[in-house]
Each structure stands twice: as structure tokens, then as C-alpha cells.
Design a protein around this ligand. Sequence first.
Ligand code: VTB
Length: 315
Amino acid sequence: MNVITDELALALARAPINAAIAAARLVGRGDERAADQAAVDAMRAALNTLQIRGRVVIGEGERDNAPMLYVGENVGAGKGPELDIALDPLEGTTLAAKAKPNALSVMAVAPKGGLLHAPDTYMDKIAIGPGYQDGIVDLDADAGENVKALAKAKGVSADEIGVCVLDRPRHGAIIEALRGSGARVHLIGDGDIAGVIHCAKADTGIDMYIGSGGAPEGVLAAAALKCVGGQFQGRLVIRNDEERGRAHDAGIEDFKRRYSLDDLVSGPAVFIATGVTSGSLLDGVRIGKGEVQTHTMVLNCANGSTTELKTRERG
Ligand code: VTB
């Protein structure tokens, strides 16, 4: 039996909605920390009103560094289903601070044990949308070869393939290989959860996501793809002893393991994202004349449903 009913999924949405509203009041103020903190406080308060026994498995950091929503923190009113929660109250703190598009408040929830406890390290990632044969792209293949394989499978030429990549110097070789294949490269400043979700939406012009970003964001993005369909492969990037320690503490022994979508998200998860700033996926929070409007997507893997929520409330 699935413990996350549609009703519970909608109740859970209050957490990112309230976090997004709190962060939105600080959009464009150049203060990443303040916006993040406001989102964290609001998300935690909302989670603690719900009839769940939640445990944060991906959160704001280890207990020593994060006073709230730390990994291992119990949330919820203490009764109800046991749930694992991965959260990012403000994904794209820089985007919010600079009032740029696609800052989101994000959460994935699954019955206990259903989400990989990803350490706070980087992860090499590749993602594509639904409708392709399994294994059509490969994390270990050359980026240009992946474009060619995807173009063939899609029945288009390589120059019609759009690839989303975080704009970082570390991606120089990948970007070169992608452009060499003819692909269009969509560079984003931050926010690779949105980057991955773009692959599964027909109207974004993005067919594939490649590059290294946060491992926690990898699990959150995988939860979204698991619900709407698509492929995702990831591998932790462990650069030093400290990161090795973090991975070890998260219960990971095989640092070279290549994770599939189902390895990252093994249970029937729900993925919820609320727009903080407007972007290609969601409208941002609108505040004015004593009223607040929000826009949220609730994706439920258990029944494959997508629910779009628009709220309007005093505030
Ligand atoms: C990504 C992205 C985040 O960090 O994980 C990225 O999803 C990777 O880290 O929004 P670097 O910024 O260190 O390259 C963010 O951009 C910010 O958390």
C-alpha cells in the first residue's frame, strides 16, 4: 500500500509553498543567507504541523553545521507514516539573491528507505526525458557521442538537440565536445534540479542534462524524473578525505558506483517544487496588495500524476 496518498502529497506541498513565500520576500536583495534562512525556517515550521513521522535524509547539512533541517532531524507532528524527506528549501540561493529565473523551493518525500542518503559532495550526472530505450545515453561515454545517440533515437539531426549544462570552468571540455557534435548548449548559472527537469518537458528545447553538480540535488532531480519518466545516471565525485568521510557517514562504501534512477529513488516518491522566481518551469511567488500567489508542481510516482497548484492567500 502506498502511504503517500494524493491528499498527503497536497498537505506536504505546504512546506515548499511556505518556504517559497518566505524566500520571495528577500528576492533581489543580494543576501543569499537571509533568503535561505527564511526558506528553511518556513519549511521546517510547515513540516512540523503535518501528521507524519518524517526524517530529513537530505537537508541543510550535518547537524554540527546546520541548526535546522539537518540530516537526521525528525520532522512532523510525531504521528502518521514514516517518511524520508530530501529537501532544498531554496534551490538557487544566488538566483534568488539576484532575482534571476528558476529559483525553486524543492522537496522529495518517500516511504522510509526510499531515497538515497546522498552526501554533500558533487555528482557527475546525465539525464534525458521519457520515451527512449534504456541506456541510450551513457554517463561514461563522450558527451558528443551521447548527443549523436540521442539525436538518432529522436529521429533528428544533432544540431536539433539542446543540452543543459551548469556554466562552470570545470565543464569546459564537455561544452566543447557538445558544441563539436552540433548540439545547442544551454548554459545555466545555477539550479541543476530545474536543469534536469527541463529534459522531461517538451517545450523547453532541452533534451539532455550533463555535468557535475550537487549530489543532494541529484537525488531530488531523480525523484522528479522518476515521476514523469526519463533516465538519469549519476556517480559521486569524491575529491579528498573529507568528502570520503562524508560519503562513508552517509553509509556509502562503493564510491565509484554508478547510480541509476531506481538506485537513487527506490520508493514511490513524491516530488514537489514551488517557484520562488519565475522561470521556465513555474511562476514565481507574486506578492502585492495584501495577497500572495504561488505556483507549485506536485509529482506523485505512485500513480504517475502531475498536479499543478496555484494558491492565492492573504499575506
Ligand atoms: C548545483 C546547483 C545548485 O550548485 O548543484 C551547483 O543545483 C553545483 O555547485 O543550484 P557549484 O556552484 O559549486 O558549481 C548550485 O548552483 C548552488 O547550490
